[in-house]
Design a protein around this ligand. Structure first.
Ligand code: S3P
Length: 189
């Protein structure tokens, strides 16, 4: 029997990875896994606590290890953290186990959706807009390597999930054929 490959959502903070991922999993009747939540469950502490007590490099190590664990699984909708695919090893691992979708949004939308940003250690700064701008600039080349890119700026969670489910996943079982389809990026999903 053909294995269902994973659908991996990546992209900047507050672009909708977790909420769209959850909805997409529901539509496609797949298991949803949130990488950050899996790390928190494993460590028994929150991501902000990990950053505060052990530092970002320790978090990145946990993140890469969790990616390695997830790639042995199939049939998931997996949402990652905003910085996960900045590590080329993580990106390669995730591409090896599924189709990688990058969600994007414009800066005002990111700032609005991020709210106070208290659960996001990288937004704990005076000038959050400047931080978002700088990080986005740094990370854009990594997000651009996704197989598919969907701008969620003017979409609701439901609309984004339905576009992915309908436009991208022609076959809801998403077999390896879909993964091997070249030039699938920027599909009009
Ligand atoms: C991070 C994004 C966060 C979380 C951590 C680091 C980042 O996830 O993984 O705070 O580097 O952009 P979200 O993108 O879900 O906020």
């Amino acid at each position: 029997m053909e294995k269902k490959i994973n659908i991996v959502l990546c992209g900047f903070m507050a672009t909708g990875k977790s909420s769209v991922g959850k909805k997409l999993a529901e539509i496609l009747d797949r298991e949803f896994v949130d990488l950050d939540a899996a790390i928190e469950a494993e460590e028994g502490v929150s991501i902000p606590q990990i950053f505060a007590e052990r530092g970002e490099p320790a978090f990145r190590e946990l993140e890469s290890r969790m990616v390695e664990r997830m790639i042995s699984r199939t049939g998931l909708v997996l949402s990652t953290g905003g910085g996960t695919i900045v590590n080329p090893r993580n990106l390669a691992n995730l591409k090896s186990c599924g189709v990688v979708v990058a969600l994007t949004a414009d800066i005002p939308t990111i700032l609005r959706r991020a709210g106070s940003g208290e659960d996001r250690p990288l937004l704990q700064t005076e000038d959050r807009e400047e931080r978002v701008r700088a990080l986005l600039q740094e990370r854009a080349p990594f997000y651009a390597q996704a197989d598919i890119i969907l701008d969620t700026t003017s979409l609701t969670i439901e609309q984004a999930a339905r576009r992915l489910a309908g436009g991208l996943l022609v076959n809801p079982t998403l077999t390896t054929q879909v993964k091997n389809k070249k030039n699938s990026s920027n599909l009009p999903v």
